[in-house]
Design a protein around this ligand. Sequence first.
Ligand code: ADP
Ligand code: MG
Length: 320
Amino acid sequence: MYFSVKNLKKSFQKNKLVLKNLSFSMNKGDILSFVGESGSGKSTFLNCISGLENIDSGTIILNEKILNGKGKTVRAQDRRIGHVFQDNPLFPHLTLKKNILFNLKKIDKKKLDEVITVSGLKNLLTRFPHELSGGEKQRACIARAILREPDLLLLDEPFSNLDKHIKKDIVEYVEIVLQKKKITTILVTHDIKNILNISDKILIFKEGVLQQYDSPENMYCKPSNCYCGKLLGDLNELIINNKKFFIRPEHIKIVDKSNFSLIVEKSIYQGKDFKIKANHQNHEFYFYSTVNYKSSEKLYFKFDNSDLIYFDKDCENYFT
Ligand code: ADP
Ligand code: MG
């Protein structure tokens, strides 16, 4: 594997692991989204990979080079890893161009031109950071990292300080740049909805433990536990023969008569259809419809058994 992490453990205080025993690997050129709640250890994980933090134990191998393991540790500056932080730090007294080129020993004009063009920064090169928007600064930081052609690019919540409409542009920019330059990337985020379509793989992390590592499609259709399932979208609960199942709202079909009923609570208009909030067996229940149902209306529904999701008892909520 191009990049692999094995049994990575990291703590700041004795007996309190932030990364409990993390193992996974990825292929060259893949974009991996690493998803976890605030405080779950995402930045710590990136800092361990780039060498800004020491690890307690474990192995990190990148492009056949051992970064941590076998009693050795490669220094951060020797790792060939690009690390972009959340708050896009640029030197305030340097122009955008000088910021991008900072400390670069050899400048390849052709590469510079390509990175600047794909990043949409061509007309901004002589501006200072205070003359740039948040999105432009973030693009500059990513361009600065990409120009160095790292073996691995780490993006720590690059979208979280941006306005909603800029966020969409930046997500598209990141997708284009990473695919064009085929840069192996780990993108850390607490908000999975933004990144579903740019990720080859998603890794869900909770309280220092890997919950699921999978393609976006599998993650959505075959979540490994309830926590992962709910992160990717609404999950309706259904009891069938005393067994608890779950089903996605889009798999619910309203019919004239069946053994399953619900009571409509609210229709939420969302452009092409309504998202209906309902109640089924005292649980919140969602489905989509082109009909604007009235609240308190009783409806019957059906579904395909193949769309049911089942979790065994061990993984009812999440892995600890
Ligand atoms: P995330 O990026 O997912 O929000 P962090 O990796 O920043 O989470 O933090 C994970 C946990 O580690 C938090 O409880 C945080 O307080 C703790 N932590 C992070 N950095 C340090 C540090 N340098 N010293 C002590 N505790 C830290
Ligand atoms: Mg963080």
